[in-house]
Ligand binder design. Structure first.
Ligand code: DQA
Length: 147
């Protein structure tokens, strides 16, 4: 059975409370339950982790190497700042789909740059919570070699 890690970064524990006009009303627990249920439909086992700490996210990427088939990563604001996360993905070669709830390209200019994008398989943004299941579908399709 394939394994996926759903990795959420800083402030995503506040989903549901945090700027709901941008990020919606669903909580992180709702999102994680949605991902687990989607994993069951896909026949994929899913583990969900959230951390507000950059180093902890780096550790999760390192631990993912050889233990999971791929990662759906919403790195939150670290997307726009973290060379460490970029290097962790490049260094481990773990397949990563970058995910954002909001359309980062339609927001402030500081959100337009992603340090994850150059080392990700691809990016899904702007589709809200549904983006997580779209990212899982995209990751599975990549793992199965679809082009
Ligand atoms: C986000 C977008 C980031 O710019 C922001 O810092 C977040 C959430 C998103 O899911 O839309 O924390 O990654």
């Amino acid at each position: 059975m394939r394994k996926m890690l759903i990795l959420n970064g800083p402030n995503l524990n506040l989903l549901g409370l945090r700027e709901p006009e941008i990020y919606g009303h669903r909580t992180l627990a709702n999102v994680e339950a949605l991902c687990v249920a989607h994993g069951e439909r896909l026949g994929v086992s899913v583990r969900c982790v959230q951390s507000n700490h950059e180093g902890a996210l780096v550790d999760e990427i390192h631990a993912a190497r050889g233990t999971v088939d791929g990662v759906v990563l919403n790195a939150g604001a670290y997307t726009h700042s973290s060379i460490a996360l970029h290097d962790a993905i490049a260094g481990t070669q773990v397949p990563v789909v970058e995910l954002h709830l909001s359309n980062i390209h339609a927001r402030e200019s500081f959100r337009h740059q992603s340090f994850i994008a150059p080392v990700a398989i691809g990016m899904i943004c702007g589709f809200g919570v549904r983006g997580y299941t779209l990212a899982m579908d995209a990751l599975l399709s990549h793992l199965e070699g679809d082009r």
